[in-house]
Design a protein around this ligand. Structure first.
Ligand code: ZN
Ligand code: ZN
Length: 281
């Protein structure tokens, strides 16, 4: 490692569908994408629309080697890839890990995304080296002094959580996880996030939305509530919890009001903000 740095940055924090506009400008409207840098190794979790801006940032520091880690293959986690410009520039290397979800993988999804009649340019236009690998949830990926642990989390079709362990610090990104619908504690999830220094966790709904007291009941839709995300983080001894994958219709003003009610002055809880960088080392 050339240096001891360890940070992540949110390029997209919105769930399900992009939600740009004046009402979401502060927390951000792009779908999920998280840059993680450990020493001089670059990682990126998911390729929602936020990956377009990550690509613009990378253009200023070419050539690069980036390892992508896919949580799963739903639209909001892949839809930015066709606009990730560094794929089209020679001299870079990208390695993309994904699991198999409902029989599919990231290579198949990218081929479909970048093909007529839905898109004018195919993967043949890639000038960089782009390679693919497939992992089984539970696999640990060693990258020198960094270990990335993985786990299968509760979501329709499955989703992979990533736990980065480096320099005595732990960062866990757990997107698109749904709490147990019966109100019990997800013990396997608690074990996976245990003692994390920072947890970035799905918290799409309020408890009232999940239960169907406001709008349709959301049980089985694949997402957690803010209250349950915090309860699980507390049970696991997480030091700092960042609520992520914001519901698409949630405005900045509504998020501010929710945060004031939910966090109760606790400084270890916050909502993810597009562009925010969090340093672990
Ligand atoms: Zn999602
Ligand atoms: Zn999903």
């Amino acid at each position: 490692m050339s240096n001891g740095g360890f940070y992540f940055r949110y390029w997209g924090v919105r769930g399900s569908i992009p939600a740009p506009g004046p009402d979401t400008a502060r927390y951000g409207g792009n779908t999920t994408c998280i840059e993680v840098q450990v020493g001089d190794q670059l990682f990126c979790v998911d390729g929602g629309t936020g990956v377009r801006m990550y690509g613009q940032d990378l253009l200023r520091r070419l050539p690069v080697q980036v390892t992508f880690l896919m949580t799963h293959l739903h639209w909001d986690h892949v839809q930015g890839f066709p606009f990730f410009t560094p794929f089209l520039v020679p001299g870079n290397e990208f390695h993309i890990y994904s699991g198999h979800h409902n029989g599919g993988n990231i290579l198949g999804v990218l081929k479909q995304l970048m093909a007529q009649p839905a898109f004018p340019i195919s993967m043949d236009a890639f000038q960089s080296e782009v390679s693919f690998d497939f992992l089984e949830p539970g696999d640990a990926l060693p990258f020198g002094d960094l270990t990335i642990r993985t786990a299968l989390l509760n979501h329709p079709g499955g989703v992979i959580g990533y736990r980065f362990e480096y320099g005595g610090k732990v960062f866990v990104h757990a997107s698109d996880w749904e709490q147990p619908a019966d109100g019990s504690l997800d013990e396997e999830f608690v074990a996976f996030i245990r003692d994390a220094d920072v947890l970035s966790v799905d918290a799409t709904y309020t408890d009232d939305e999940y239960q169907g007291k406001v709008g349709p009941m959301r049980k089985g839709w694949g997402h957690a509530t803010q209250e349950e995300a915090i309860r699980h983080a507390d049970a696991a001894g997480v030091k700092r919890t960042i609520l992520f994958h914001h519901e698409q219709s949630r405005t900045d003003a509504e998020m501010d009001a929710l945060g004031a009610k939910l966090f109760g002055g606790r400084t270890d809880l916050s909502f993810a903000v597009e562009g925010e960088r969090v340093d672990l080392l």
